[in-house]
Design a protein around this ligand. Structure first.
Ligand code: GDP
Length: 361
């Protein structure tokens, strides 16, 4: 199960955002979730296609796409040298698949800023430098090891060493690994290093109520672009307050301040792009589910996600794109009309496919 970690300087709004994203207005017990740690939560996003499909098929339960989110507190300047929660903090980051980097753009006097002033560009760099310093440690260790092998003339070791030196110079110039150019062979080396600054990141500009026009989020947006990443502007505080309201009231509140109304959905879209994920749908009388899975997944692999028995006994996958099933009243009717296609194990599942697996029990 993939997960994202929320990082940022103290008082940037991490916990507020975490609460806004993970506080559920859906019954959460249906979602596979196995931790009781307070800083681990689950983002559940309504997939309207699923709601519709569940109606058509008369499904009892609905499981919407979900994603694990971890609030990683404790980053201060010097974390890579063990300051603050230092290593523990970096350890947490090493375990997530992607990062939400929250950047304080709100100027509220009664919420102190650890650096004394609001300055998104400086703050982004402080956090990034800590990750990069940690990565440099990792790269230096590897260089030491590989240098010995390279001296004995091993071709692959020489290649790796050459790349590691280039990577080191890149990191030393203060740039995240993510934006280093690489070929396939170099990518494999990078993958084996598990660098923190290689993880996909989404920069979250946390602006205040009257902050939309101040342009601080534009700084975040520009820096994100320079780092081959996306950015998102939020007001964590209002989002968090909106949770207490009815959906209509929340919508009105957000619109009044000029914010988009569906934070969770926006986040899921960013997550899907950053990690190259798609959703496909299944529905039985018992349960309809929207599955968040890696792009390129085959029907056989998808069957395995649902149940090992379905994979073992795989016969075929019956598939119809969601938009097409809307022309019928049910999957059965679509099948009878010849609109459902049958595919074998190697079929690559696409975004919005409605899939029905046939298997030997
Ligand atoms: P963390 O240390 O990064 O987890 O920060 P918190 O989420 O605890 O937020 C620190 C303080 O800033 C809290 O008092 C929040 O209510 C406040 N805060 C967070 N986001 C916003 C925001 O978007 N606007 C305003 N005005 N205050 C915010």
């Amino acid at each position: 199960m993939k997960k994202a970690g929320i990082v940022g300087l103290p008082n940037s709004g991490k916990s507020t955002l975490f609460n806004a994203l993970t506080n559920q207005n859906v019954p959460a017990e249906k979602y596979p979730f196995c931790t009781i740690e307070p800083n681990v939560g689950i983002l559940v996003v309504e997939d309207e296609r699923l709601t519709r499909l569940a109606q058509m098929e008369g499904s009892k339960d609905q499981i919407h796409p979900f994603f694990h989110i971890i609030d990683i507190a404790g980053l201060v300047k010097g974390a890579s040298r063990g300051e603050g929660l230092g290593n523990q903090f970096l350890d947490h980051i090493s375990k997530v698949d992607m990062i939400f980097h929250v950047v304080r753009c709100f100027k509220i006097d009664d919420v102190s800023h650890p650096m004394g002033s609001v300055d998104p560009a400086r703050d982004i760099e402080i956090v990034e430098i800590e990750l990069i310093l940690k990565d440099l440690e990792t790269v230096n260790k590897r260089i030491e090891k590989i240098a010995k092998q390279a001296r004995t003339g091993e071709e692959s070791a020489r290649f790796e060493l050459h790349f590691l030196e280039r990577l080191k110079a890149h990191l030393e110039s203060g740039k995240p690994a993510r934006i280093l150019s690489r070929n396939e062979q170099e990518q494999a080396i990078l993958d084996s290093l598990f660098l923190l600054s290689e993880k996909p990141a989404i920069y979250v500009a946390n602006v205040d109520e009257w902050g939309l026009g101040q342009g601080l989020d534009k700084i975040v947006e520009k820096m994100a672009r320079e780092r081959s990443s996306e950015s998102i502007t939020v007001n964590a505080q209002i989002e968090s307050e909106a949770r207490e309201l009815s959906p209509e009231e929340a919508r009105e509140l957000l619109l009044a301040y000029g914010f988009d109304t569906n934070l969770k959905k926006r986040f899921l879209e960013h997550i899907k792009r950053a990690l190259k994920l798609i959703c496909f749908l299944t529905a039985t009388k018992n349960e309809a589910r929207s599955w968040l899975v890696p792009e390129g997944i085959t029907a056989y692999e998808a069957a395995g996600l649902i149940h090992s028995d379905i994979q073992k006994g795989f016969i075929k996958a019956e598939v119809i794109p969601f938009e097409q099933i809307l022309q019928f009243s049910s999957f059965k009717e679509a099948r009878e009309a010849g609109a459902v296609k049958s595919h074998g194990k190697d079929y690559v599942i696409r975004e919005g496919d409605v899939v029905h697996f046939l298997f030997h029990a």
